[in-house]
Design a protein around this ligand. Structure first.
Ligand code: ADE
Length: 243
């Protein structure tokens, strides 16, 4: 049975509604020098820890993208020994693939990098990552959430070389952390699932950054609804029972 769930989140604005909804409390003990922040508590029969990637002191912004996500995931798995990791946050989607602003997707396939282009045999496949996620088809159906392929890069934009990799993988959701989290969960053998709320449509004429800022509060609210519903559904189940 799933006992402990670790929720890895990049931005404070993404994490705060989840922390508030679940009534989690700050927990000390992040290794010295690392910027991450932990909140934890009991949610039904689960122990839930939310970790955020912290702030860059030079720029005063959240440590988004892949290096903080990977390091945070390692340190937080080491501390919380979770039975399941959720990589939760906001993301871009495509109207042409059925996405609407505010939709929440669960991962429906491997976590893939879409900007690691290495044209050397074997390194090309290594670059794409393809880290497995748990089969959450049953969970998604019970909660009426969409499922889709989540792909990751270190950029908010979508230049052509990235687009063709996203197309090749059938990307439904584009964001900046999940595959980095997936690398660590794969290395350590911990089941992982992405929960991503859509702030922007990549195929809309409005700039991604403008859409993101306009829709962040609404999408993070939807994200906290979805994470709360996911936790309530998985309470009392095994990972295999999420399929
Ligand atoms: N986070 C939210 N929207 C995104 C997008 N379009 N690309 C990458 N990360 C995002």
């Amino acid at each position: 049975m799933i006992g402990t769930v670790l929720v890895v989140v990049a931005m404070r604005a993404e994490a705060q509604p989840i922390v508030d909804r679940l009534g989690l409390e700050p927990v000390d003990g992040v290794p010295a020098g690392l910027p991450f922040a932990w909140h934890a508590g009991s949610v039904g029969g689960l122990q839930v820890a939310v970790t955020t990637n912290g702030i860059d002191p030079r720029h005063g912004v959240d440590n988004i993208a892949t290096q903080p996500a990977a390091l945070n995931t390692y340190v937080s798995i080491d501390r919380w020994a979770p039975d399941l990791v959720l990589t939760a946050g906001t993301a871009g989607g495509w109207a042409a693939r059925g996405a609407d602003i505010g939709d929440v997707y669960l991962s429906g396939g491997d976590l893939v990098f879409h900007d690691r282009r290495i044209g050397i045999p074997a390194f090309d496949e290594y670059g794409h990552g393809r880290y497995p996620t748990v089969d959450a088809a049953g969970l998604a159906a019970r909660l009426a959430l969409k499922t889709g392929v989540v792909t990751t890069s270190n950029s908010l934009d979508d230049p052509e070389p990235d687009r063709s990799i996203m197309r090749a993988h059938g990307a439904d959701v584009k964001e900046m952390e999940a595959a980095a989290v997936g690398w660590v969960t794969w290395l350590l053998g911990v089941p992982v699932m992405a929960v991503k709320a859509i702030t922007d449509l990549v195929d809309h004429h409005t700039e991604t950054a403008e859409q993101f800022q306009a829709n962040l509060a609404m999408a993070t609210d939807r994200l906290s609804d979805a994470v709360t519903a996911v936790l309530s559904d998985i309470d009392g189940r095994t990972v295999a029972e999420l399929a």
